[in-house]
Design a protein around this ligand. Structure first.
Ligand code: RM4
Ligand code: MN
Ligand code: MN
Length: 421
């Protein structure tokens, strides 16, 4: 899609420079901060480019991608606007790459890489022999477990053809009523199944295991919290890690502390970013609890630096969201920006001063240090990183100015429905 980024940027440049100069006059920007922001890429989920729904309904937008090629085009559009969405994460079988070489070429034309591939054993497919009604990797029947294991191995194969380097496993295995499930047996069967999947993992791949406290209608989930995921990935080996999806905790969980400990233990694999008020709402990252997102990034920067890790490359950064009332592409632009803002702020924390305040038990000072950064408007800094990469100073404004959704509707139709959530 044609868009005039340079005209857009030119019109906003004077205002942008004013804001950036003000920020520079207020805070000391650490050396290399712009480069870190430029390197930081967030993968877009292939299952969230269309309109999502609730249990009760779905209100379609229009111009939704009808196939994987169009999904890649959508992510390419996002990436052209913000230069920070340089990867796509595929969900199989929602998005099977039938011609992997062509898909790879297409993605490369948009400057996109393939992030983790996701398996799906939480829905039955029409042609499958065994049902997942009573679980998949935990199932009492060996035939069902085998089918789920084989599916995961198949997903790895798809990922290898595309250049992915990780498999994300999320299970909706569990039980709906007390007494239905032998917790220990379900746990053991799940570990045994995961071991078989792990054995099929290429040497340079990771396996990310998500946890989730509950699903509507559930009494228990077998990988219910970070403790379950952590103990399981420890039984698999060094390539297996825990994936933190921000929406998968019980209310009020201290996610930043979970992140800090997993990271310290070398078992944090990556993220599914989203936000929520109550449950797994999959809302725009940072839309409800931006301070929590900042505190998570504060732990990430601290913990990754302590281990000499590369912020951009050593963990998997992915969005996992759903869009019921917003344009999915605008929503994703908002999520990416919110993540970048939290990251930029975390990079601004004076860690030496914070440590000194902690050592002195100066609780007030500790809070002041963190909140002073959180209340700093770093949007101009994030925009500068975008500008230097050739992106738009205000991606959502440009998306609207160029009437990109209308163009997509014209090209694809008003009543298209994308596969996914
Ligand atoms: C789950 C979980 C998984 C995602 C599915 C669609 O709640 O977050 O990551 O693949 O939803
Ligand atoms: Mn997720
Ligand atoms: Mn989820």
């Amino acid at each position: 899609m044609m868009m005039n980024i340079s005209n857009h940027n030119e019109a906003l440049l004077a205002q942008h420079n004013r804001r950036l100069d003000f920020l520079k006059s207020e805070v000391n920007l650490p050396a290399g901060i712009l480069q870190k922001l430029k390197d930081f890429q967030i993968a877009i989920p292939s299952w969230a480019l269309g309109t999502g729904g609730t249990r009760f309904g779905r209100f379609s937008g229009g111009g939704e991608p009808r196939n994987l090629e169009e999904k890649i085009a959508d992510v390419g559009l996002l990436h052209a606007l913000n230069q920070s969405s340089g990867a796509i994460s595929l969900h199989i079988p929602w998005d099977i790459p039938t011609d992997p070489a062509a898909i790879r070429t297409l993605a490369a034309q948009h400057g996109l890489a393939f992030d983790a591939v996701n398996s799906n054993t939480f829905q039955d497919q029409v042609d499958q022999a065994q049902s997942y009604k009573f679980g998949s990797l935990q199932h009492v029947s060996a035939a069902t477990r085998k089918q789920a294991i084989d599916h995961n191995i198949q997903v790895i194969k798809h990922g290898v053809e595309l250049g992915s380097k990780a498999l994300t496993v999320w299970l909706s295995d569990g039980s709906c009523f007390p007494g239905q499930l032998n917790f220990r047996h379900a746990y053991e069967r799940t570990v045994d199944s995961l071991k078989e999947i792990y054995a099929a993992l290429p040497a340079d791949w990771s396996l990310y295991l998500e946890y989730k406290a509950y699903e509507p209608n559930f009494y228990s989930t077998t990988v219910g919290d970070w403790g379950a995921s952590y103990s399981m990935v420890n039984k698999l080996g060094p390539q297996a890690k825990t994936l933190v999806d921000l929406g998968h905790h019980l209310p009020n969980a201290n996610i930043e502390q979970i992140v800090s400990i997993l990271l310290m233990e070398g078992k944090l694999g990556g993220f599914h970013f989203n936000d929520s008020k109550y449950g797994d709402d999959d809302l725009t990252a940072g839309s409800i609890k931006p301070y929590q997102l900042f505190l998570i990034f504060n732990e990430l920067v601290d913990g990754m630096d302590a281990k000499g890790m590369n912020h951009a490359k050593d963990l998997g950064w992915m969005i996992d969201a759903s869009h019921n009332v917003k344009d999915p592409l605008e929503d994703l632009l908002q999520s990416v920006e919110a993540i970048q803002i939290a990251y930029a702020q975390a990079l601004l924390v004076d860690r030496a001063a914070l440590e000194a305040a902690r050592e002195a038990n100066d609780v007030v000072r500790c809070q002041e240090i963190l909140q002073a950064v959180f209340r700093t408007d770093v949007r101009a800094l994030v925009a500068q990183a975008r500008l230097e990469l050739g992106g738009a100073l205000d991606p959502i404004a440009l998306f609207r100015q160029e009437k990109m959704r209308d163009q997509l509707i014209k090209a694809r139709g008003a009543k298209t429905v994308a596969t996914g959530l």
